[in-house]
Design a protein around this ligand. Structure first.
Ligand code: ADP
Length: 347
């Protein structure tokens, strides 16, 4: 007989204790594992939710961008349409301007012919009647007739000059003046101008002389237009000078030639010096300036010189005289600076 538990029972009890501890340990481990798993799953779910929210925001942004793009495309289409309409309007305006220009050009050509032809007849006949009475069988005209005929001729010439100036002005403004540029030797042209000045001044006590070298380098210029500018400056110098000198000069200045027309006439006040280069601008001083004029000569001269790539300007003092300068480009840059030599031409 045994008292208390038998050995197998004891082993069994220990085994149960151990098993129960093992089970508890396993359960605790499983619970910990489950908690970690749950935390992990929660983390994954939260990340998935955040990613979904981010994706939604991206989708929203994309929708917004698509809407913006659609609006921009619409605006672009509208802009294109507007441009197309403006292009059509511009083309129509250009065609209208072109047509108006052609109408004006043909009107001017016709008018200039219509006006110049009878004017040339008036000038031609009045000149012939005054200067060549032999054409009329040598019968001399009474002096009163001659004086009136001279006035008819003078007015005719003035009108012709006016018509030519206005035509030139219109051509320059339309940008349709064409220059026939060529290598031009200035000295012969200046010689010719000195003779013209002497003719214009006739018996007035004014000395006419040149300040230029005979071997000036050639300029690249349109001879007719340079003559026109010189003629305007020389006739102004003669118009506004009653005593002293009228001088024409030129010298080479690097790549250009500087030409000047100087007089000892009435001069131009500083306030008027810039504006006389504008068209129809004259100095308001009818007592000192009794000559009929248009105020176009200097404006046209300035345009013509600028068209050649040159400049025109003046220096003047009221009561003392004026010097008008302009430049023209040389065909080639002179090797050395040319020395200015004063010489009296034809004197
Ligand atoms: P126009 O001589 O036909 O009036 P211009 O344009 O040639 O036109 O000259 C404009 C004005 O400038 C003249 O009316 C005159 O008042 C002034 N002017 C031009 N040249 C001279 C000069 N050499 N001396 C004094 N005044 C001048």
């Amino acid at each position: 007989m045994h008292s208390g538990c038998s050995l197998p029972d004891e082993k069994f009890a220990r085994f149960r204790l151990l098993a129960s501890r093992l089970v508890r340990f396993l359960l605790l481990g499983l619970a910990a594992l489950a908690r970690t798993g749950a935390r992990h799953i929660r983390g994954v779910r939260e990340r998935a939710v955040a990613a979904a929210a981010q994706a939604e925001r991206c989708a929203e942004l994309l929708r917004q961008s698509q809407a913006d793009l659609a609006a921009a495309l619409h605006e672009r289409d509208q802009f294109h349409e507007q441009l197309r309409r403006q292009g059509l309007a511009l083309e129509a305006a250009r065609a209208a301007a072109e047509a108006a220009y052609h109408a004006k050009a043909s009107f001017m050509a016709t008018m200039s012919h219509e006006l110049r032809t009878p004017l040339n007849i008036i000038i031609g006949f009045s000149t012939a009647m005054v200067e060549h009475p032999e054409i009329y069988e040598g019968v001399p005209l009474p002096p009163a007739f001659v004086a009136d005929l001279r006035e008819i001729r003078r007015s005719g010439e003035h009108l012709l000059g006016l018509i030519n100036d206005i035509l030139d002005l219109a051509r320059v403004e339309a940008g349709r003046i064409e220059l026939n540029r060529d290598a031009l030797s200035l000295a012969p042209l200046l010689d010719e101008m000195l003779r013209t000045a002497r003719g214009l001044l006739k018996d007035r006590p004014i000395r006419v002389r040149g300040e230029y070298h005979g071997t000036l380098p050639p300029v690249l210029a349109d001879e007719t237009r340079v003559r026109q500018v010189l003629l305007n400056l020389v006739s102004n110098a003669c118009k506004f000078t009653s005593v002293g000198e009228v001088i024409l000069g030129a010298h080479a200045d690097g790549p250009e030639l500087t030409i000047w027309v100087r007089d000892t006439g009435i001069g131009i006040a500083a306030a008027d010096q810039a504006r006389i280069f504008n068209h129809f601008e004259q100095v308001e001083d009818s007592q000192l300036r009794p000559y009929p004029s248009t105020g176009l000569g200097l404006a046209i001269s300035r345009w013509l010189i600028e068209l050649h790539g040159g400049r025109i300007w003046l220096e003047s003092e009221l009561g003392k005289g004026s010097t008008f300068y302009f430049t023209l480009p040389c065909t080639q840059v002179a090797d050395g600076q040319e020395m200015l030599q004063a010489r009296a031409v034809g004197a």
